[in-house]
Design a protein around this ligand. Structure first.
Ligand SMILES: [Fe+2]
Ligand SMILES: [Fe+2]
Length: 298
């Protein structure tokens, strides 16, 4: 089974946006966007990523949030159109929200409004109850929502006691005992960035404690726009890989941030959970206008 991890597309569309929608935190974000971010995060690059994904024939796509910039309706509409180009369709693509998708209080439910087919649990439980749980073959995907509307200049996240309890319940569920359990969240739970006051994960310790007790096979996150690879210790000394990835649309000057996505291969094991067998990066090549494998291979 092959899985792709993409993140932080920050897809921009301001068509039809009213000035009144900027009379809040968006004002600052809007200025940053027009002078800075808008030039570096380009939807054409994400379109090329989707073309590449469709060619790579992965079994499932996982997206860890920040699909938009200011959580405006035209941005969500635009992002949805771009995601609908993925050949697998919403059943084969799981998306969770990032802090930019929950930018202000008035946009708190907009992610679910536009992306419901991409984040609905199998059991039909609505997005009212994060985390979502989707089982696909040997895979159990648990998607958390950590993005919160936060004060100006803040981008922190929080899982919250209710989601933590549900997460532990899912991780311990005996019906998932042969599944490869993946936890998706936008904010990194480990490393220096996780502890930052203004953009870290406020209850990371509580989340890490759940992972220590209940275990997981892979944790994926976004938010930092970097290829971050860490590990956390699960039950009985097992190792839980915790991976972040670059933005899937960045075409600016910072080489280490250039658009990438990762493909994982999961292999079944007789009588026990599948294992992570292989991971490979695919990176944007501006000169060729397409995504290529590590070392420039097609
Ligand atoms: Fe982001
Ligand atoms: Fe973020």
């Amino acid at each position: 089974m092959r899985l792709a991890h993409v993140s932080d597309l920050h897809l921009l569309s301001l068509s039809g946006v009213k000035l009144s929608e900027f009379l809040n935190k968006r004002w600052l974000g809007g200025v940053n966007l027009l002078f800075n971010r808008g030039h570096s995060y380009r939807h054409e690059i994400f379109d090329a990523l989707v073309d590449d994904l469709n060619e790579q024939r992965v079994d499932h796509v996982l997206c860890t949030g920040d699909l938009t910039n200011l959580a405006l309706k035209p941005e969500f509409r635009f992002a949805r159109e771009r995601f609908d180009r993925i050949a697998l369709g919403p059943q084969g693509v799981t998306c969770i929200p990032g802090n930019h998708d929950r930018y202000v209080r008035s946009s708190e439910r907009m992610f679910e409004e536009f992306f419901a087919p991409y984040c609905t649990s199998d059991a039909g439980t609505s997005w009212e109850s994060w985390p979502v749980l989707r089982v696909r073959g040997e895979l159990a995907i648990i998607g958390l929502s950590t993005g919160k509307p936060s004060p100006w200049l803040m981008a922190y996240g929080r899982v919250g006691a209710e989601q933590l309890a549900r997460l532990e319940h899912f991780l311990r569920d005996l019906r998932l005992k042969d599944k490869f359990r993946m936890v998706l969240l936008h904010h990194p739970p480990l490393g220096r960035a996780a502890g930052e006051f203004h953009r870290g994960l406020r209850d990371r310790r509580e989340l890490l404690a759940v992972l220590e007790r209940a275990g997981a096979e892979l944790v994926l996150h976004g938010h930092e726009h970097l290829d971050l690879r860490a590990e956390h210790v699960g039950p009985l000394g097992t190792r839980i890989p915790v991976h972040g990835i670059q933005s899937g649309s960045y075409g600016g000057h910072a080489a280490q941030r250039l658009a990438r996505y990762r493909i994982y291969r999961i292999e079944p094991q007789p009588g026990r959970r599948p294992v992570l067998a292989h991971a490979t990066l695919r990176a944007w090549d501006a000169a060729r206008g397409k995504f290529l494998g590590e070392g420039g291979s097609g």
